[in-house]
Design a protein around this ligand. Structure first.
Ligand code: TPP
Ligand code: MG
Length: 374
């Protein structure tokens, strides 16, 4: 994508209030509407100004790692799509392309002892947690060297050692588990917290409401991150939810709630740090509604008939990686040469991951009944 594309346009109403408190539903609700180019451009500039201000106080190495992880997530998953089409990956495969700023901005604000847990759209979160890209790719291939021995596949990355507790296939299931994880952190007297990622469609599940109620009542240090990518499979949020503004739902539990621009990695980081501060102080939970957009289908088998290519393009034009690069360049933190180096490092890592998966054996027959608990 050309670098200049992000300069020209941004999103329509309701998407550009980076880091602002939840407001009452002027936000667009998953449906492509008419774009006022002037407003869109102003919003883009505002987003960039806020990124430039945030970048100023940041450590250069950390900024590089954030960009590296975003690019790694993007390129790794583009490769997943490619090898899936070649038949090397079987079963489900849900890609995260377009949403990278959410995982990077939030997880890279964590400290030792904090936890993360997510849905089936889990490859990028797993790598940020520290699971090797080769182990993630080998898991997708169903190989014995995979992250969970080739038995979980795409949806079930997991590492207790890295504080990454999956990878869950039941929509909303991880919300209850996360609440228990954060309860344990408090019970043990730590000042750690748990990040719980889930999609906007999971908000309609009972477990969301039961968990938030309990977390606020008992002051459980869980940060509920709703990744609002506008669709639950092929159903837009507008067709499935009575209100547009999910962050507002926090008010029903007396909980802090914040709307966050998920195309702006620095806004995600800032909101997560605010939530972590609350959690570490006295265990107070937070609901963050972070809006972004998934460029690919729900999974690799999605024919995508429920949205137009124009709608997808509109979001690609305000891509979070291009915006971040633009800001880093303008702030003179990195040059084209640095970007090229990062790209090269990422390509080498992804190529090595694929080679590792390709050359790894399938699990031995003798492992068929091990780790089976049902
Ligand atoms: C309890 C349950 N109901 C239905 C499904 C089938 N299902 C899988 S993903 C999905 C949509 C979830 O969308 P969302 O929560 O917005 O997350 P996204 O896929 O957009 O990341 C559905 C309905 C499921 N896995 N679990
Ligand atoms: Mg969704």
């Amino acid at each position: 994508m050309p670098k200049t594309a992000t300069r020209a346009k941004a999103d329509a109403k309701g998407q550009g209030r980076s880091g602002s408190e939840a407001s009452n539903g002027t936000a667009e609700n998953g449906i492509a509407g008419a774009i006022d180019v002037k407003i869109a451009h102003e919003e883009y500039l505002k987003r960039k100004r806020s990124q430039l201000a945030a970048i100023k106080d940041m450590d250069r190495d950390l900024l590089r790692e954030m960009l590296y992880q975003m690019v790694l997530g993007r390129v790794f998953e583009q490769k997943c799509a490619e090898v899936y089409r070649l038949g090397k990956i079987g079963g489900f495969c849900h890609l995260y392309i377009g949403q990278e700023a959410i995982a990077v901005g939030s997880m890279m604000a964590l400290k030792e002892g904090d936890y993360a847990i997510t849905s089936y759209r889990d490859h990028v979160q797993a790598m940020i947690a520290g699971i090797e890209p080769g182990a993630v790719m080998a898991e997708l291939y169903g190989r014995a060297t995979g992250n969970v021995g080739g038995k979980g596949g795409s949806m079930h990355m997991f590492s207790k050692e890295k504080g990454f507790f999956g990878g869950h296939g039941i929509v909303g299931g991880q919300i209850g588990v996360a609440t228990g994880m954060a309860y344990a952190q408090k019970y043990k007297g730590t000042d750690n917290a748990t990040l719980c990622f889930f999609g906007e469609a999971a908000v309609n599940q009972g477990i969301f409401h039961e968990s938030l109620n309990m977390a606020q009542l008992w002051k459980i240090p869980c940060i509920y991150i709703c990744e609002n990518n506008k669709y639950g499979m092929g159903t837009s949020q507008a067709r499935a939810m009575s209100i547009a503004n999910i962050a507002k739902k926090a008010e029903g539990y007396g909980m802090a709630g914040e709307f966050v621009d998920g195309m702006d990695v620095m806004a995600v980081r800032a909101a997560t740090l605010r939530a972590l501060e609350r959690a570490r102080r006295d265990g107070s939970p937070t609901l963050l509604e972070i809006r972004a957009y998934r460029y690919m289908g729900h999974s690799m088998s999605d024919p995508g008939k429920y949205r137009t290519t124009e709608e997808i393009k509109r979001y690609q034009e305000r891509d979070p990686i291009l915006l971040f690069k633009d800001s880093l360049e303008e702030a003179k933190v990195f040059s084209d040469k640095d970007f090229a180096e990062i790209d090269e490092q990422v390509r080498a890592t992804v190529d090595a991951a694929v080679k590792f998966a390709d050359e790894s054996p399938f699990p031995d027959e003798s492992a068929l009944m091990t780790d089976v608990f049902a």
